[in-house]
Design a protein around this ligand. Structure first.
Ligand code: BGC
Length: 294
């Protein structure tokens, strides 16, 4: 048994899994409250304790999935400006009193999908996690590609509008994270909607502003995916994170925009798949990565 904990912008999700099969034996979830400095850390510790108690026996290790770039030792997040105050350089093993392997959240999510989920048996895949931020992961020849500094896969920082005057936390004008992530819904909708859930509900009812905002976001996502397909030629693109709960309201227009924008030589096209584990993939992938390297 291993434990995986994912620190999301909205919720902290923890799982106890059977690492051989990926079967989830127990789940714990609580709100993150990341605006209040420090409090989110005790919620993470509490999640760990609950999972340890649920195991009722020895646990092989703990994986922690968080936004940002992990340090070379994979025991802390080295860099994540603008979110989760106090995350950078915080060594989780000291706090838990147990060894902890720290991974980027989208890398963890991709590993869960590649091992047990939507990209199982696929050698070349991309993952985009659509949540508070937008994360990414690259599976190249069956391996997670991390590049120099474990930074590769920050697909949310790719721009869809170089002329935008909004830089966001990644300092990249018009990046896809700000074009679709939860943290910009109010800004994108002139404060009419606070969450993607509200926005998508209004879109389903044909509310004009919601329709404009949502379809603009999806058009940008489609162009990003089409560009990534040109660069990496994946067999499958897996979409995860809380926003995939929009389901047909996301996948319907996204496929329609891809029909327009994707380069399809000789009829080759990229298959889109919804993450099998939806927004639990980070926690499951972190649990599955315990004992791994790098
Ligand atoms: C961060 C990434 C993270 C993504 C999803 C982005 O803002 O830069 O490291 O993977 O959000 O949480």
């Amino acid at each position: 048994m291993t434990i995986g904990i994912d620190i999301g912008g909205t919720r902290i999700k923890g799982v106890l899994i059977d690492a051989a099969t990926g079967n989830v034996l127990h789940r714990v979830v609580c709100p993150t409250n990341d605006s209040e400095d420090g409090r989110w850390k005790s919620a993470v510790l509490d999640t760990f304790r609950q999972l340890k108690a649920a195991a009722g026996g020895p646990v092989t290790g703990v994986g922690l999935s968080a936004p940002g770039i992990p340090n070379p030792a994979n025991d802390a997040i080295l860099c994540m400006p603008g979110r989760l105050p106090g995350l950078e350089h915080f060594v989780w093993a000291d706090y838990f009193g147990a060894p902890v392997r720290v991974l980027n959240d989208a890398h963890a999510a991709l590993m869960a999908e590649a091992r047990y989920g939507a990209a199982r048996d696929i050698r070349n895949a991309l993952m985009l996690t659509l949540g508070t931020g937008v994360g990414g992961g690259l599976l190249v020849n069956g391996q997670l590609y991390q590049g120099y500094f474990q930074m590769a896969g920050h697909l949310g920082h790719i721009t869809t509008d170089a002329d935008s005057d909004y830089l966001g936390i990644s300092n990249m004008p018009g990046n896809i994270e700000d074009a679709i992530g939860n943290s910009t819904v109010a800004r994108r909708s002139y404060d009419r909607y606070k969450t993607t859930h509200e926005l998508v509900d209004a879109y389903r009812q044909n509310e004009p502003l919601a329709t404009l905002v949502w379809l603009t976001s999806i058009r940008r996502l489609a162009v990003t995916i089409a560009g990534l397909a040109n660069a990496f030629s994946p067999e499958v693109v897996v979409l995860g994170g809380g926003i995939v709960q929009a389901d047909d309201a996301l996948f319907g227009p996204l496929k329609a925009f891809l029909d327009v924008f994707e380069w399809r030589p000789a009829g080759k096209f990229t298959t889109l798949r919804k993450a099998h584990f939806e927004d639990w993939a980070g926690a499951i992938g972190a649990a599955g990565a315990v004992g791994g390297e790098g």
